[in-house]
Design a protein around this ligand. Sequence first.
Ligand code: ATP
Ligand code: MG
Length: 565
Amino acid sequence: MTTTNSAPAPNFIRNIVAEDLKANKNDGRVVTRFPPEPNGYLHIGHAKSICLNFGIAAEYGGVCNLRFDDTNPSKEDVEYVESIKSDVRWLGFDWGDRLFYTSDYFEKLYDYAVQLIKEGKAYVCDLSAQEIREYRGTLTKPGKESPYRTRSVEENLDLFRRMRAGEFEDGSRVLRAKIDMSSPNMNMRDPTIYRIRRAEHHRTGNKWCIYPMYDFGHCLSDSIEGITHSICSLEFEDNRPLYDWFLDELNVDCHPQQIEFARLNLSYTVLSKRKLVQLVEQGYVAGWDDPRMPTIAGIRRRGYTPESIRNFCERIGVAKRDSVVDMALLEYCVREDLNERAPRVMGVLRPLRVVIDNYPEDQVEELDGPYHPEDPGMGSRKIPFSRVLYIERDDFREEPPRKFFRLAPGREVRLRYAYYVKCVRVVKDEQTGEVVEVHCTYDPETRGGWSTDGRKVRGTLHWVSSAHSLEAEVRLYDRLFQKANPSGEKDDLTTYLNPNSLETLTSCRVEPSLAGAAPGSRYQFERLGYFCVDSSDSSDGVLVFNRTVTLRDSWAKIEKKEIPT
Ligand code: ATP
Ligand code: MG
């Protein structure tokens, strides 16, 4: 199989964990977590974080929690919770009984906030959101202290209790940490830690009308869970001093070590739930699991294997510096995996009728075709051959250009696993002049596709028998965006959507062995690429295939500098 089982390459995070273990830090425990906000489906960037967190725990005898940082009820939904769980499982990771939610800790977080108030380190502020922004200052200008900053502990305790009790309107007051309005780090300028929001929470219902802010909930949830290594993406580097402040001021038992790594960016797509939500909600794609989406659900439906994604995440490595990974690397990884595991079959996407003039009308032969050229263990199937066949329209040219080695008038080619056939004449549509049928003769001495007299042909074509083949719909995909970095542009993202990202072919013909092919099963259609039976739109008697990836190895085109070592 693929290289997923080889020893993981060292990286700076693994080094930190290994060093900590050597020094017996945290009493030799390793506890990590994957902490999604349930406000969208997971994408391939999250896969990097999942592989890292679960991978490190597994490698060092630790555990990894799945925790939902569900502090923003108006953006969250159980649909997202469920999809995230199934995506993590599908990727091959198991959190056992370690499924947690920040909302499980709401009471405890409230107590922490009260503790800060009691110690004079948090206050209720009545400034409006707009005023808070104005008072915050800028990177070059220090902020201004809120007039409510000097409220007494008693008043703050009373107001915060009444915020919880629902006495005040949404947005009328917030609880803020009292840190430093002139800190060069904007996160430290008295950040909001609680807000009033009457929104039904997908787990706590209407029990709460105040919710902790992400930064407050996130670092304390890590601490409550005894996380030893809090691995997160680079953009949280500036939040670390704030997390440290909360943890130090509250004097908690567990102070996780935060380690930042560069998030994954992938060319020709976007990896941000906010942007992906836009594509889904405005109908630019058919849903979160549209096979063009960089979501785990989309990639899965497209036909990617979990092994290929894990392998991709291992190959891209982890670094401290942001970079963009070429989509071709992801495609390379799935191609490499499917090359080993996908049975070979034949399907014709744009059929052209071929009649073998010298083949008996009623005769049908069952020819043998191995499922895999290098793996006899995968067995073989029978492929019916008869007088009327289909080949790919592209595989015939009436006037072949140079280097066209496929079928043309007077030319002989091999039909895979079958016979040599030679084109003797064509039938054209009288109106359009288009070739609608090709007539050939076959050489009975070439059964199996090999001549006995040493005669060679330059082309080998895939084909199906007209009467025996099955109709199928095939969806071909291209990049979702026309620009390598669509988010980096000034215009609206959707300006750069590729109008040809989906091509649907409805009259394809596939070999009969594919009857009843299970949804989600993957095949190589010889010469055409890897295809996966669509898990939503295929059913008994209706075959829909998604092309996962072409056979062409565009890896060769990736420039050396982009290959992570
Ligand atoms: P998005 O910007 O897509 O909404 P997010 O960071 O807000 O992503 P979360 O649900 O908070 O989404 O992410 C959970 C974890 O996944 C976080 O620890 C985050 O650092 C990590 N993560 C998110 N996007 C990427 C990415 N592109 N590459 C690596 N890790 C990522
Ligand atoms: Mg986030």
